[in-house]
Design a protein around this ligand. Sequence first.
Ligand SMILES: [Zn+2]
Length: 95
Amino acid sequence: MKKDMWNTRRGKIAHLISERNHTPSEIARELEIPIKIVLEDLKHISRSSKYGELLILPAKCRKCGYNFRAEIKIPKRCPRCKSMWIEEPRFMLRR
Ligand SMILES: [Zn+2]
């Protein structure tokens, strides 16, 4: 990867998640951008081959342990127990 690619917003996200996995909230906090933008950028990163392979650790219900599908979004509510206590998915890039 070219060095100047890290200077774009998507490049900064890619750089963060190539070091260790992050939740969208962690990325948003670290780069001071809205979560909505983070999710859009992650979708773009997942479709682009230049960043490497995007790995998704699925969201999970903290109350009943329900595992969500591996998707680039943050579920609001558990379909099984209706809890809103949801652990965000985590994202990582495999180099
Ligand atoms: Zn649940």
